[in-house]
Design a protein around this ligand. Sequence first.
Ligand SMILES: [Ca+2]
Ligand SMILES: [Ca+2]
Ligand SMILES: [Ca+2]
Ligand SMILES: [Ca+2]
Length: 360
Amino acid sequence: MRPTPATSLLLALLAPAAASAAVTVFPMDLAGFDAAAGNPPVVVDFDAIAPGTDIGGQTIGGVTLSPSATGAPLIVVRASDTMTPAAGYTGIVDASTNTLPATSGQNVLSPGGATLGPGPDDPVENDDLVLTFATPVSAVGFDHLSQSADGFSFSNVTVFDSSDTVLFSGSISISNLGGGGAPGGADFWGIVSDGNDIARVEVDEGDNNNSFPDCNIGYDTIRVGGLSSVTTTTTASTTSTTAPCDPTTAARARLSAQCSCADATNHGAYVKCIAHAVKAEVKAGTVPKSLVRGIKKCAARSTCGKSGFVTCCRTSRQGVTKCSTKHGAAKCKAPKGGSARVGTHASCCDACTDTGCSVD
Ligand SMILES: [Ca+2]
Ligand SMILES: [Ca+2]
Ligand SMILES: [Ca+2]
Ligand SMILES: [Ca+2]
């Protein structure tokens, strides 16, 4: 469905203010990925891991590799050991060509092991993969290995930030080396963000039948890049400087550089960060003690670290406006005889007023 202007507006309102990063995907385009992300290094090539090892849950080069809940175990194999059994499939042209090619060294990740058996058989051919980054990154690429590169992958990839907001979701394109029963192949897929906000990549492989020898996939040569200087919008740069600020707001604007609202992954941690930072400022004599309570309250009454939340300004019939945080713009409803609008800032201390002096 093509989004109508109304749904676009709704989506814009529902999107957390923090999700400002833009992503670009590079299906079958390693050169484009390298150019956009500055040649990210290969951090996982599976080549130093003993064939037969189940690496599920292991962290390699900052990347934790996990199977999905119903997926096959993550077995590293020698690519040359991968084989398609002659029995059990229909549509075989030449089973000896239905193997997974390595794109680095000799080893690949072949969930379920070296035998690329027919479906439905989750422990063998539900070849899902979840990549989790302890420190979010800006670029992730890998080679998607097909048992049969027939032009149709049933592999979907979803990329999340650390608030579980979906940055991208779509299918992985693969080459066509000869239609049904085609030989195995390898195709690059990658994503590049303009911020260090890629926290998780989930590949959901969905062919679970025995029609054509193509229900198994594998992975090799995972590239990961991070931006050395974080370019996500910091709260300090979006702080309005057009009007002189009251002391509390001025202090909050300064503290926001230490505790980014936009990058906060959980609300409690954000509030704690502000409390910690303000304590240090009081100690240093840069914030008077009398402002502490108000500053902490502004942090608590914010959507920082609360994915999908909005500030909501509700004006009563009598013309009194009150701010609260709501889970989604749809929950920001007008009181009887009054009006409501989604706030323009992350904290209720700024959301409903338009003084030109605000934070976030
Ligand atoms: Ca390899
Ligand atoms: Ca498999
Ligand atoms: Ca199939
Ligand atoms: Ca499968």
